[in-house]
Design a protein. Structure first.
Lengths: 305, 457
């Protein structure tokens, strides 16, 4: 007989139990997803930007910008929002990927001297006001990504002088060169730990770019990420406990955060746009990055309580 | 030669009736029996594409780091990027292009392109005209022969000035190698009349600039019209009957050009502020992204051929804009930081937008550069020029998507099967827009050896 459907008490209890279980699972699922931190937009011009770095006093940001067809190093005064080119005079040749010295008095950066249809990369140093640019590492091969050590006595950079990208360090006069990595793969994107004892970097030695760390003399290389995706641009938190980095493991570039030993990687930005080039404020309360979430390439930051 | 703003008006570019007969005769007589037979087999498509968008990736993108990755090749060939699946079974793309990979059911992937030279200047001429004739390399000397018309000029010649806008527009500056503009972006034997009309999108202002109609500082639009009348009258005095015939067409062109400056309807087509922010953001606020959006607007307004130059220069840092694909050094850094994310944003937006507006089936889109890059990574973390094998994408315009045509050898060094040349690609575009072999022969725009890629239809 086909008629109205009647639930027996036991059946009803069973359905209630299943519903409760489902609800509990859903609540757990929501609770276990990391909350998305509040994000603040800092620039709105949309022009291409990359390579962010806070000044040691936290008042300025250095970054690479393509503006009116020219790639150069720019600064952003955080109190006023004013952006201006760093170098005086303008070298009229591409320059990029700059880094403040720990005392905030100098900047090191990549200068691209154009020769015909090719460029020759070298490392230059200038005063923090952009004046007095001088050669620090002349072009021997393709020299890039200079990063000052926290004690200000040395800097690390990437060079192809051995036939592939390797990380070197030198003193602040560009002397006493030390080769830190030695692998046929590409080693790049160096980032010092705040105590200066270690460097995090990207390497393709395991088949694709992962984040690795090593001692400042190149010893004791450790693999921090192990994922078949691009993991790049590591940035060590000022307290040394965490490393932010960019990865496309979720399909698009996101800023991830992991413990300094590589454990507990989690997606910090969780946005469909491209998020890249993480940079910590000196007090560790802000993590700035470049995002395309409004179509262009603008600076945003996350504020931690 | 008269100058109007920055646009040089050539007065003697039209071919005479006698020349036309001579050219037509020599073309027919010079064609081999096989070519004639092969071309005659390709009938006009039932629904020819109304428009063509050529996305020109100047500088030569790496085929291994885009559409033809080689995950099983040794590390010094395959590079640091992994591969991701596409919508096509067994077909993988470089991991930097997840959004394009999701749309491969719409695309035909050409993996067996090869060209005749590894110099940007000459390969650029080949890529745009199908022939190296007249090409100028880095050394500065021109190759024998007169440059052939660029494909956009051929389409413009056939489609004519039927719409409200000129039939061939290039979005982006002139293509350069070093400080020299390359040969092959113009009308060649068709005459300067069919040179492209150029638009430049400026990311900083969000404005579209029209260099040919930039007014001298003291010239207002009102005065411009007066001056144009004077120039027209002056020109007409000094021409022969045949030249006058050409001049009338030239006047049409001039009228169109002035119309672009003065007509609100025409200027509206160039005005990206007419688009919602969400649409602009979807393409990415890069010069290339917004140029693609402008390209869609031009197609929507009936322009038969739009070429979008990714960059003016081949070099990644030198260019006045997004920087070219000539990644002799820092190839992988530039790819992951800039070029791949930009292309993977703009191209999917264009595909989706064309579909949503019902323009996909009537718009043929090509995504290609002048050559590929060396499979073996050099000692500068880059890849060198590679003319022996490269890749491209083609979609829309009634072609059959969701397929791979041709293949390369295991390291991507050479074509394994189904070689495709730029002449084939250009002949295919001619075919797709409905240019018959008879028309091509009459206009002397048939390309020696150029065959339609029949798998696309």
């Amino acid at each position: 007989m086909i008629g109205p459907f009647h639930l027996r008490p036991t059946g009803l209890m069973g359905i209630v139990a299943v519903l409760l279980l489902l609800m509990t699972t859903m609540v757990r699922g929501v609770a276990s997803a990391p909350p998305i931190p509040a994000t603040k937009r800092i620039t709105s011009d949309g022009g291409f930007k990359q390579h962010l770095h806070f000044s040691p006093d936290g008042k300025r940001l250095l970054f690479t910008r393509i503006h009116k067809g020219k790639m150069g190093v720019w600064t952003l005064e955080l109190a006023t929002g004013m952006m201006k080119p760093l170098l005086i005079p303008d070298p009229n040749t591409p320059h990029f990927d700059a880094h403040f010295s720990p005392d905030g008095k100098s900047v090191i950066f990549v200068l691209d001297i154009l020769h015909g249809t090719d460029g020759k990369l070298q490392i230059n140093r200038c005063d923090a006001d952009g004046k007095n640019s001088t050669v620090l590492i002349p072009h021997k091969a393709f020299e890039e990504s200079p990063r000052w050590s926290p004690d200000g006595k040395r800097f690390a950079w990437v060079t192809t002088r051995d036939g592939n990208q390797e990380i070197y360090s030198a003193n602040i006069k560009g002397q006493e060169l030390r080769r830190l990595t030695n692998d046929n793969a590409m080693d790049n994107n160096p980032a010092w730990s705040p105590d200066g004892k270690k460097l995090a970097f990207s390497s393709s030695r395991y088949g694709n770019f992962d984040i690795l760390s090593m001692n400042a003399d190149g010893s004791e290389i450790q693999r921090l990420t192990n994922h078949p995706s691009v993991d790049m641009w590591p940035a060590w938190s000022p307290d040394g406990k965490q490393i932010a980095f960019t990865t496309n493991r979720d399909g698009n570039y996101e800023i991830y955060l992991m413990n300094a030993d590589g454990s507990n990687p989690r997606n910090l930005t969780q946005h469909a746009a491209s998020e890249n080039y993480a940079a910590w404020s000196p007090d560790g309360r802000r993590l700035a990055f470049i995002s395309t979430r409004h179509g262009g390439h603008d600076i945003y930051w996350i504020e931690f309580p | 030669m008269l100058t109007l703003g920055q646009h040089r008006m050539r007065t003697c570019q039209g071919i005479t009736r006698r020349e036309l007969i001579q050219v037509g005769a020599s073309s027919v007589l010079g064609l081999s029996a096989w070519n004639w037979f092969a071309n005659s087999l390709h009938a006009t498509p039932t629904k020819p594409a109304k428009s063509v968008l050529l996305l020109w990736l100047w500088g030569g993108p790496s085929h291994l780091d885009t559409w033809d990755p080689k995950p099983n090749a040794p590390a010094e060939f395959r590079g640091p990027f992994t591969t991701i699946p596409t919508r096509l079974p067994g077909i993988r793309f470089c991991e930097l292009f997840p959004e394009i990979a999701k749309r491969t059911d719409q695309l035909a992937i050409l993996r067996s392109l090869k060209t005749g030279h590894n110099d940007h200047g000459i390969a650029g001429t080949i890529g745009l005209t199908g022939s190296m004739a007249g090409g100028v390399g880095l050394g500065g000397s021109a190759l024998p022969g007169s440059p052939r018309p660029t494909i956009g000029s051929t389409v413009a010649r056939i489609k004519g000035f039927s719409g409200k806008l000129p039939p061939f527009l290039v979005v982006g500056g002139k293509l350069h190698q070093g400080k020299k503009a390359i040969v092959g972006e113009g009308g060649g034997p068709l005459g300067g009349l069919y040179d492209p009309f150029r638009l430049i999108y400026e990311p900083e202002s969000g404005q579209t600039r029209i260099p040919a109609l930039q007014l001298p500082a003291d010239l207002t639009p009102d005065r411009l019209e007066d001056r144009a009348k004077l120039l027209t009258a002056f020109d007409r005095l000094s021409r022969t009957v045949d030249q006058l015939r050409s001049a009338r067409v030239l006047d049409d062109y001039r009228t169109q050009a002035l119309g672009m400056l003065t007509s609100p309807t025409a200027r509206k087509a160039f005005d990206l502020s007419q688009e919602k922010s969400s649409v602009k953001e979807r393409y990415g606020l890069t010069r290339f992204g917004q140029s693609c959006l402008l390209g869609r607007r031009l197609v929507e307004n009936g322009v038969p051929f739009v070429q979008i130059n990714w960059s003016d220069h081949v070099e990644a840092e030198e260019d006045s804009g997004d920087g070219g694909w000539d990644h002799h050094y820092r190839n992988f850094q530039i790819m992951q930081d800039r070029h791949a994310p930009w292309l993977d944003r703009a191209l999917p937006a264009l595909i989706d937008d064309l579909k949503e507006r019902g323009l996909f089936d009537s718009t043929l889109v090509l995504v290609v550069g002048e050559f590929g890059r060396s499979p073996k990574i050099n000692d500068k973390a880059g890849r060198e020029h590679w003319e022996h094998c490269y890749s491209g994408l083609i979609f829309g315009g009634g072609i059959r998507g969701g397929q791979v045509i041709g293949s390369s050898t295991p390291r991507g060094e050479h074509v394994h099967d189904r070689p495709i040349t730029p002449a084939d690609l250009i002949t295919t575009v001619q075919h797709a827009v409905g240019i018959t072999s008879e028309q091509a022969q009459t206009l002397n725009v048939s390309l020696e050896g150029g065959q339609v890629i029949h798998e696309l239809f």
